[in-house]
Design a binder for this molecule. Sequence first.
Ligand SMILES: Nc1ncnc2c1ncn2[C@@H]1O[C@H](COP(=O)(O)OP(=O)(O)OP(=O)(O)O)[C@@H](O)[C@H]1O
Ligand SMILES: [Mg+2]
Length: 581
Amino acid sequence: MREEGEIMGRLLSELRPYMLSILSVFAVSLTAIPLALVSPLPIKIIVDNVLGTQPLPGYLRIITTNPSQVSVQALVVIAIGILVVGTVLTNGQQLLNVWATNKVGNRITLETRARLFRQMQRLSILYHDTKGVTDSTYRVQYDALWLQLLAVDTLPTLVTSVFTVVGMILVMLVLDWELALIAMAVAPFMLLFTFVYRQRLRAGWKKVKTSESAAMSGAQESLSASRVVKAFGQEERENEQFFSRYSESARAALKVFVEGGVYNLLMGLVTAVGLAAVLYVGIGHVQSGTGTLTLGGLLIVNYYLTQIYGPLRDVGKRIIDVQKAFAGMDRFLEILDEEPDVKEAPNALQLTRANGRVVFEDVSFSYQQEHSVLQNVSFVLEPGSCLGVVGPTGSGKTTLSSLTLRFFDPTQGKITLDGVDLRQYKVADLRNQFAVVLQDTVLFSTTIAENIRFAKPKASMNEIVTAAKAAHVHEFITSLPDGYDTLVGERGMRLSGGERQRVSIARAFLKDAPILILDEPTSALDINTETAILDSMQDLMRGRTTLMIAHRPSTLRNCDTIVTLENGRIGGMEGMKVASA
Ligand SMILES: Nc1ncnc2c1ncn2[C@@H]1O[C@H](COP(=O)(O)OP(=O)(O)OP(=O)(O)O)[C@@H](O)[C@H]1O
Ligand SMILES: [Mg+2]
């Protein structure tokens, strides 16, 4: 965990763009203080000056030059006037506060979420593979809220509460300094409890968040793999796991709530002790009449003490909120500070359209340090030629294509495109050189047409149909009741594996890119469809560089060279249309 000071510093720098707005929220919030201080005044006037016979207080002498002439009726009107105006102003202030808080706060949250999302898009495939989608979603959805809460809710309330307490103490000092001292004697205890509980609560909240987002990930994963769960009859076990994961987060939450409750209880007890002492001593002061304390004054002190518990508890609650918020901020900063594994060079080269000469020079790669997946792989892919890659499962074929796309950087050696290291290009420009069919076809939950258009957002319907025809999926699409407007469901689950694959081939066909990367593009298709697609692929491959990965050598019959990968090493290389026989 970061130090509080560091988080505070980061918070300030994150909030710099909103400083003016936040200051206005603070200003609105602070206007609550005089209103809170003035609210018991009418009671004092009634008790001391209307019912009692105390001399008029100084501020009323301003109204008239001759205080003894102020009639009782006039005093009643003044008292009621203060009451009514005070109530109206207090409600107006609250309305203004809600409006300002939400206006500024919503903007902060929106922009924070957008920043987090943008940062997540920057982070590498490896990050997302490791952390999981749900954790990231949780951070965008919930952890991004803390900036708003801190800036426009928690901190202004905290400051207002502190000033209100200080103001009340000042007024009490004027009314009766002994009582004020007694009231203040409780403050050190409050500080002590707050200090003790602060650290514990923050660690507790961080644990709640971590276990909550882990539980959510588990639930999400289980639901999205519902076919597998049902097929293996594991619903009950999934239910148990769900229960036990959420139980853990519930336990963690209960623990912090209880600790928070104990903290509130201690604060309440301390306040009650203070209140009792003040009443006891105060009654003596009023009865003896030796001091300046009037009955109305004691009522004010009493009122403040019951009210001070509110702001004080607010201070306590807000300090707990600050702990929660800091735990959330910590997770939020974790993402912002995460350096993408794949970084763009400072003076990255632009690339409009590559010739397509791809060279692997002694490339080694490992996902984890111990276990190397590719070792000393070297080959040349000439522009316009096709390189086929075969090899057993797990030999590193998909890794090879991921490196070419620069999803990762090689641990050793380098990959060049047109003689320049991939790391020197602008990442977006580089990726734009490829049309890709991935091994696991992923479609978006929209229409078939939109899924194909993803490769080229401005494509006309004509182009989409042409691509679909080349991928031999046009007839299937038009046979559907909604045709190209058919919704494919989440991740395309409403299509068959082969249909999804053909839609993704159409998507790759639509993108006019100089390099094609096809990872098992026909693995889910029958031999006849495969043959038809490979034939139309030949047109597509003309004038383009192709890297084609397959298990079946027959898939690679259009390739000029075939490389065999074994355990991450090149086991063999055969030239010139070997498989065409
Ligand atoms: N994200 C990852 N993190 C850690 N290890 C990984 C990751 N992806 C793949 N691996 C490991 O790298 C090795 C090569 O994986 P790769 O996906 O490249 O194999 P492949 O040749 O494409 O296999 P297949 O024919 O089954 O598609 C495997 O041993 C796999 O366990
Ligand atoms: Mg693979």
